[in-house]
Design a protein around this ligand. Sequence first.
Ligand code: SF4
Length: 202
Amino acid sequence: MTISYIFEGSLYINMTNRCTNRCDFCVRTNTDALGDADSLWLEREPTVEEVIADLSTRDLSQFPEIVFCGYGEPTCRLDDVIAVCDWLHAHCDVPIRINTNGLSDLEYGCDTVEKLKGHVDALSISLNCSTPEEYDRICHSQFGLDAHSAMLDFAARAAKVIPSVTLTVVDTIPAEEIEACRKLAQKAGTKFRVRSYIGKGQ
Ligand code: SF4
């Protein structure tokens, strides 16, 4: 099974296929192959030890960035992801990013920004759209209409304590919707990125 893979020159870590959303545009519904990986479907979730064993076979210093992102939401394994982040920071100087739906506070019922603080260098959070109703329509979150505002609140708190936090949308949404999302990112104090749609997770 593919635990790590290379995509656009960076090293990606695939730790879970679980997610609290079921987005219409999720890469999982579009393709099995991504980067140099044939499939990111996991037979089972790898243990932290197995992830570290996999990463130990890589020359980590050659990558500009290491990213937690696979066929699933990395924060569904929050403590394990943090453990791997700590191992990575102890073994290389490469910045670490987590691509996330930003819903971990709702999943765990606590302030997960506090847990992530000091363990990760960057967060890329999928904003996707400007309203709770549209988010519910396209992301089918298990948290329903609460998801969108919780994600923005998570992003605003993260922006204060994590070095780089970016809210993202895909370039397939209307221009006025992109501008509405840009304003939400500004209000949250995060960076904003319009990414090309390739069916990729976050
Ligand atoms: S796009 Fe991301 S948040 Fe949406 S279902 Fe896929 S992994 Fe989950």
